[in-house]
Ligand binder design. Sequence first.
Ligand code: ACO
Ligand code: KIV
Length: 554
Amino acid sequence: MSIQPQPDRVIIFDTTLRDGEQSPGATLNVEEKLAIAHQLALLGVDVIEAGFAVSSPGDFAAVRTIAQQVGVPGGPVICSLARAIRKDIQAAAEALKPAAHPRIHVFISTSDIHLKHQLRKSRSEVLAIAEEMVAYAKSFVEDVEFSPMDATRSDREFLYQVLERAIAAGATTLNIPDTVGYSTPKDMGALIQGIRANVPNSDRVIMSVHAQNDLGLATANALAAIENGVRQVECTINGIGERAGNTALEEIVMALQVRKADFNPYFGRPVESDAPLTRINTQEIYKTSRLVSQSTGILVQPNKAIVGANAFAHESGIHQDGVLKHRETYEIMDAAAIGLSENQIVLGKHSGRNAFRTRLQELGFNLSEDELNKAFHRFKEVADKKKEVSDWDLEAIVRDETLPQVEQGFQLEHVQVICGDCACPTATVTVMNPSGEIRTDAAVGTGPVDAVYQAINRLVQIPNQLIEFSVQSVTQGIDALGTVTIRLRHQERIFSGQASDTDIVVASAYAYVNALNRLYRYIQTQTDELKVSPISQQYSERPEFFVNSQLQAD
Ligand SMILES: CC(=O)SCCNC(=O)CCNC(=O)[C@H](O)C(C)(C)COP(=O)(O)OP(=O)(O)OC[C@H]1O[C@@H](n2cnc3c(N)ncnc32)[C@H](O)[C@@H]1OP(=O)(O)O
Ligand SMILES: CC(C)C(=O)C(=O)O
């Protein structure tokens, strides 16, 4: 897809796989990134920022794989971030080679605070580097985006000069980042207006905005930028990203849809024009949100706009009364618009494969025969334990069974727990290690989950600190599926894991092994001195585990 300057719609630049992955603990492997990229393509995003190619072999491989498999002719533009450094640009260009529509995104700071304390360069040096590096990127690809990092805290005149040089060097998109989320909508509007008025040829490139959410103003700032001429918004699914995150894709897209009449005039359209302001297939929003949450282990807060569990729930009598009489009394959009099914048809233990397949298709899951069989097998197991298997349960089952599994990992074979008010919680766990060896061990703990974790620790032997443990009920009722999300820390890095089961102790065990496998894989990719092969040799003594004694279940 080629993007024309000044399109009469908003280009959606998704950076879930780059800035989104900068959320602590959100580390994704190549398979998970690829699955998300395919879903982003289904969602209809215009640009996928697939990673920061130079930053690690894993990121390089992710950008390369996505370029190959998702960056097909007519598909989304695939982009890699690059510092204004030759080796970064070379890595981006190399990784993007297979993409039909590649983009290199070059950035360098323009604020004095960054120049003085981080880059340790003068303004004239930065000016020259920006120009040279944009031109260098242009020697590889036609589509070059330039970002002056910390633009909102930069001296205006200097910012204008840098942008002018970037355009002269061949940038096709100028992205204005509010890197530390400092802007207000009024400031943002004035900044964009100033750039358009003072930077020669700024009407020949696409203006873009990248708003961080430190003050909770990211979406408001992005909308203000649009009102002042921006035609690309950088955003992430569920608003994840560095620190407090980014503009949430679902918020910007639905704001532009629900308030289309107000925005139409900014695009030179009649107020009543029905043409959508983005190319997003909104019915894929909910599914994409769930996939990203499940893959990153970052839960969506219940009151999150658009995709939170409460976003379409009505608790109080007066609201329920209104909605029952006329939905729009208390709803500004229809849940179906984001792909939330209102169909409460319930599958149970007597349901067959056809009904199961049909329901999954209605929910937007098109599984291969193999995936369907795995999911169906698990569905029957759940249906044996639960009277009714709802759409939410189905979604959790499908995610658990079809998400790319971390290769070369440990596999949980069995878990058994004894606990109660007069028993010392004791767990027996069997795990198959990456070389196929099956081992069983037992441990006691402060409670059943702690006992399971201690037993797994004895078998897996990778030091870590459990920093978060949460259980969410997928549906209501005593027989609900519980989803356990855990986050653990190893040195300075955070790894997450998630799993669902009707038995939360079993879900806890799977979630823990899931996170340990991510950690294991990370260790495998480290330098030789850190590499643990076999893993037990480095940690031959019983490691010190720090299991949070106040495990909290929400
Ligand atoms: C606002 C944003 O979100 S920007 C994107 C942030 N994302 C990330 O940083 C995630 C990936 N990052 C990484 O993996 C690593 O930081 C790497 C591979 C990029 C660099 O690692 P290292 O070479 O070890 O450098 P380190 O991260 O310690 O420091 C960054 C260096 O880049 C320089 N730098 C930072 N931004 C830029 C830029 N845009 N252009 C040129 N140089 C830059 C810094 O001044 C510093 O240089 P110095 O080492 O000479 O002081
Ligand atoms: C690289 C840029 C666009 C960025 O992420 C920021 O400044 O926040």
